[in-house]
Ligand binder design. Structure first.
Ligand SMILES: Nc1ncnc2c1ncn2[C@@H]1O[C@H](COP(=O)(O)OP(=O)(O)O)[C@@H](O)[C@H]1O
Ligand SMILES: [Mg+2]
Length: 366
């Protein structure tokens, strides 16, 4: 997977910018607030048509304008492809090879990348929802059926929660909840099984990666925390267990007015030298762990798609010492990488590759 051109006609403060990257390391540098992350974000948009730092599509439209328009030329699956995203405040339109797509969902997975930015420290520091989001996005990139199951699951969950809110007030028959619980447990079990198998792979790669980054001085371990499940189960068993859990917590859920069991409550456990990294890890250790998860994600995509995702690394260099920086650059030496940084000294250290200086949303040197 290689990007040949990224072009933004209007996107945040990028009023007009064209980037023609090389197939190796592309260093995007400049002072704070100039638009480096905006470039990374603009490229990332083509993976799933959403930003990694905001849920509000409108924030991406330049101030005082009423639309954004970005293009990506890339080479994947042995052919040149071209995507365009055009969006007003009300409508996002996506074009694939100049033809308007009926839905964005059909295009998810055609262009794939992994992104790491300071925002992703939330993977370690944030709550379980951040880690679930990571899992869900990561799995969806290689498994569109998972993305469909997930939105189905949340749709059923919303409907069931709406009923839960009214059970007591409107005196609704409790058996009425059976239908929702049965659908939830079926779809939920398929989500759980896919997350389990993804975490198995993640465990392996992330642990290895952390060992490399830390020079084997520290050991990272990862596990999947399932509310109420123990041991190995088939998908059918899993659905039966989930159904049981849902029924057993029904009375409490009616009181609390939400569904307290199920994959929407799962978490990933991340430990360093067997201690919870969220509470005991230093800033640098947490950073390295988040980065290891992201690199592991990249390796898994590579393995499953037989093609390397584009690596988007926002502000990682400034956070790491030189040996850790070199480890990463060495690991990714056959990948197309975009790295943002503030200091041109980091650009000078680069043996090969291309650099782009950004000032006020514009390209100074290519
Ligand atoms: N919708 C927008 N319209 C215009 N400018 C924006 C918009 N959103 C963000 N910006 C500007 O983009 C700049 C931040 O860009 P960013 O890529 O995060 O900087 P950095 O180079 O530090 O990574 C800020 O100057 C901010 O005001
Ligand atoms: Mg930035």
């Amino acid at each position: 997977m290689n990007i040949n051109r990224f072009y933004a006609e209007q996107f945040r403060n990028l009023y007009e910018i064209e980037i023609d990257p090389c197939d190796g390391v592309n260093m995007i540098f400049g002072e704070n607030g100039q638009g480096k992350t905006n470039v990374i974000e603009g490229i990332w948009m083509f993976t799933g048509f959403k930003s990694f730092r905001t849920k509000k599509n409108n924030e991406l439209i330049p101030h005082e304008k009423d639309f954004y328009n970005i293009y990506l030329d890339f080479f994947a699956e042995n052919r040149d492809q071209n995507f365009q995203i055009k969006s007003t405040r009300d409508l996002q339109e996506v074009y694939k090879n100049k033809v308007k797509a009926v839905s964005t969902r059909s295009m998810i997975g055609d262009f794939f990348a992994v992104v790491f930015s300071p925002f992703h420290l939330n993977l370690i520091k944030g709550g379980p929802d951040e880690r679930r989001r990571f899992l869900d996005i990561a799995i969806s990139q290689t498994d569109p059926a998972y993305a469909r199951n997930l939105s189905e699951y949340y749709k059923i969950l919303r409907q069931k929660n709406a009923v839960l809110k009214n059970v007591e007030e409107k005196n609704i028959d409790r058996d009425y909840l059976d239908v929702w619980d049965e659908s939830l447990s079926k779809v939920g079990a398929s989500i759980i099984k896919k997350r389990e198998s993804y975490i198995e792979k993640l465990k392996f790669s992330a642990t290895e990666c952390y060992a490399g980054i830390s020079g084997k001085k520290e050991e990272l371990s990862i596990g999947y925390i399932l509310s109420g499940f123990e041991g190995e189960n088939s998908e059918e068993d899993c659905a039966a267990i989930l159904l049981e859990l849902l029924k057993n917590s029904r009375e409490i859920d009616i009181k609390r007015k939400f569904t307290s069991k199920g994959p929407h409550r799962d978490d990933i456990e991340i430990r360093l030298n067997s201690k919870n990294i969220r509470n005991f890890g230093s800033q640098g250790q947490q950073r390295s762990a988040a980065l290891s998860l992201k690199l592991a994600e990249a390796y898994i995509i590579n393995e499953m798609k037989l093609e390397k995702p584009v690596a988007l690394l926002d502000d990682v260099m400034s956070e790491l010492d030189v040996s850790r920086q070199n480890y990463i650059l060495n690991e990714l030496k056959d990948w197309q990488v975009f790295i943002t940084c503030c200091e041109p000294t980091q650009v000078i250290r680069m043996k090969s590759g291309k650099s782009f200086e950004i000032k006020d949303g514009q390209l100074l040197r290519g």
